[in-house]
Design a protein around this ligand. Sequence first.
Ligand code: PLP
Length: 292
Amino acid sequence: MIDYRATPIIEIVTPETNEQNIRLLVRREDLNHPFVSGNKWWKLKYNLEEAVRLSHHKLLTFGGAYSNHIFATAAAGKELGLKTIGVIRGEKTLPLNHTLKFAESCGMELHYISREEYRKKTEPDFIQQLQNLFGDFYLIPEGGTNDLAIKGCAEWALKLEQETKFDYMCLAVGTGGTMAGLINGLSPLKKVIGFPVLKGAQFLEGEIEKQLNINSKNWSLAYDYHFGGYGKSNSVLENFITKMKAEHQLPLDKVYTGKMLYGVLDLIRSRYFTEGSNILVLHTGGLQTNYL
Ligand SMILES: *Cc1c(COP(=O)(O)O)cnc(C)c1O
């Protein structure tokens, strides 16, 4: 329904990958769409189809002021001719940041609510209030994670498995929706390693488990690469991102993919992966936050 461009794979070679005969492949899924990029394309795919099938004219969703999901939903709505409403956590601050300026330029209506109100974002009474305010809409939860998003990511997994030979799949994790969908779609012989970007993300284990339709324990979470928490960064991470761009022509973001790839290379250094294996790393997008 929305455009999809074929995405390339690049190989990262380091002294450690050479020494351990590891193939480190990065799927540049960030290049699948100029604005609805990376995993957000796959999470939105069936939600957009459903909204159109149910004859909705409006999408409403939730996010923080830097949300890649808000950015992607605004662009997808514009492309499909659907109105979009972004319910944004916290107060409006001017000038608008890059994310929100872009969202507005796509026609998204921004509705700011306090952090306390934002906590009610899944309560039926609160959704009803939003309906009184905006009329009928198709609701996409925060981060875009719901059953249809998981279905889209399972389809992505199938495609990845058909196109590339790999033993491990690595990706950055926010809500865990993408990871759950990928695990559902992959053969249980593949190992999936998620890199949570939040601090104290142990709760994700149960969140992901709940959304699985297979009972396999072929997946794990690497908790040590959050760099202080969501949106937090430091010079080690920033230098790493600069180095990956210069030496491997690989652009990464500070919120998700930079932390994840730092973690993957650190695990390679500590010989976590079996010698001679192939690791498929997913570039899930998010480069828009580099403009902030
Ligand atoms: C949203 C996002 C994620 C996290 O996806 P979840 O399904 O919430 O785990 C990872 N990487 C990037 C670049 C994202 O924008």
